[in-house]
Design a protein around this ligand. Structure first.
Ligand code: BGC
Length: 446
């Protein structure tokens, strides 16, 4: 068997998000975010957990960067908390909040780690929510102004930028299912939010081009679940295709690459979006430098005339993670290959992939062999995708640290580094040690 090397300069890293790890959400003049409000509203988060302390990364970032260095990470994907920079969402800047990200970036560069910034990973300034949040058309300008300011302040040191993390989750889990902030259950808002995120994304991309950052790259990060038809019947195939176009990269990339929603979405949206939404498409169609793919799991789809999208999930008996998500590495390959075939992006990054398991500390160590197995199988699929022409340039494991898993609070651990929430002590799990060997060898075989 030949050794499976990854391409030279492959960016191996780990990912986090501001509200999930930082803690101190109101420190040094920061404004409140929708997640601060949501988690402080009783009944929203398992066990009443909040992001008030999280992994205390706001104060321990140096220690965390030292751990990244110890594991040999080449890249680190993190997000900026918009309300630390603009406590009121727009207008007055909070220099002390800015200072945190300045120091974080400098420390990463000092450690030889490439920063990969996400501008929005769900912690919208609460004052903007009071104005309608993502459902207000003006947010495209608010977001582009914030993005532009970040390009001005960090663009001298940071080349890689992602505008939005998982806009599907923001739109539907936050505005239709009500499980995430801002906790709405309103289908009209969900579609407006989908559309306005696209508008905001593209305006930020234009600001990025004007900022003219040396070697700068900008893209978007999208959530994906592999949807396969339960049988070969035409009905199941259509149901799986509809689920794919509504839930995965096509919903956002079709507008960005072709200036139109996918066919299965378009007809439906007409009813919900303002009549002139097609005009926006000219603006939304804007070249990007890479697509960020988040992938965790698969879903077998069967035709169901009673479900809104015409399909329902059926059990296929695969092993599951602690989230109850089935482990389906083949689906990861299908997503990566499908993306390259359908949109031919210039570059692709896996911006998130990983798994939650019930980790236990035993004599100061965490033997998370299930996570190693999960990652190995997904790395193999990524390697196969590269061999088959996918322009994959890097891979960020979710997550660097155990953290605040949104509505599940601290009950789910995704980290390759264990966090003891009582003491804030960190322990590199066996998966973290194993990952550092992969990175060192740039290969799956060692
Ligand atoms: C999000 C992360 C989240 C992870 C696991 C993704 O949807 O971007 O913030 O923790 O999946 O649920």
């Amino acid at each position: 068997m030949s050794t499976k090397y990854f391409p030279k300069d492959f960016l191996w890293g780990a990912a986090t998000a501001s509200y999930q790890i930082e803690g101190s959400p109101l420190a040094d003049g920061a404004g409140s975010s929708i997640w601060h409000r949501f988690s402080h509203t009783p009944g929203n988060i398992l066990n009443g957990d909040t992001g008030d302390v999280a992994a205390d990364h706001y104060r321990r970032y140096k220690e965390d960067i030292a751990l990244m260095k110890e594991m040999g990470l080449k890249g680190y994907r993190f997000s900026i908390a918009w309300p630390r920079i603009y406590p009121y969402g727009k207008g007055k800047i909070n220099e002390k909040g800015m200072d945190f990200y300045d120091r974080l970036v400098d420390e990463l560069l000092e450690a030889g780690i490439t920063p990969f910034i996400t501008l929005y990973h769900w912690d919208l300034p609460a004052t903007l929510q009071d104005l309608g949040g993502w459902a207000n058309r003006d947010i495209a300008c608010w977001f582009a102004d914030y993005a532009d300011y970040m390009f001005q302040r960090l663009g001298d040191r940071v080349e890689n930028w992602s505008t939005l993390n998982e806009p599907w989750v923001v739109a539907f889990v936050g505005h239709l299912f009500g499980e995430h902030a801002p906790g709405m259950k309103d289908i009209y808002s969900a579609f407006l939010v989908t559309h306005n995120q696209l508008r905001a994304h593209s305006k930020a991309v234009r600001a990025f081009r004007e900022a003219n950052i040396a070697n700068g790259k900008i893209g978007i990060t999208l959530s994906n679940t592999s949807h396969d038809p339960a049988t070969d019947s035409m009905e199941d195939k259509i149901a799986a295709k509809v689920a794919h176009e509504w839930n995965n990269y096509p919903l956002f990339l079709h507008p960005i690459y072709y200036g139109d929603y996918p066919d299965t979405v378009k007809e439906f949206l007409k009813e919900y979006l303002p009549k002139n939404y097609y005009k926006d498409m000219e603006e939304i169609k804007e070249e990007i430098d890479f697509v960020g793919i988040n992938y965790y799991s698969g879903d077998l789809v069967k035709f169901d005339p009673d479900s809104p999208l015409g399909g329902k999930s059926v059990e296929r008996g695969l092993p599951k993670t602690e989230m109850g998500w089935e482990i389906y590495p083949e689906g990861f390959y299908k997503i990566l290959k499908g993306l390259q075939d359908e949109y031919n992006p210039k570059e692709v990054y896996v911006t998130e992939n990983g798994a939650a398991f019930d980790d236990k500390v035993e004599n100061g160590e965490v033997h998370d062999h299930k996570r190693i197995d999960y990652l190995k199988k997904h790395f193999e699929m990524a390697h196969k995708a590269i061999e088959d022409g996918v322009k994959l340039k890097g891979y960020f494991v979710w997550s660097l640290l155990d953290n605040f898993e949104w509505a599940f609070g601290y009950s789910k651990r995704f980290g390759i580094v264990y966090v003891d929430y009582n003491t804030q002590k960190r322990i590199i799990k066996d998966s973290g040690k194993w990952y550092s060997q992969i990175i060192k060898n740039n290969s799956l075989d060692f």
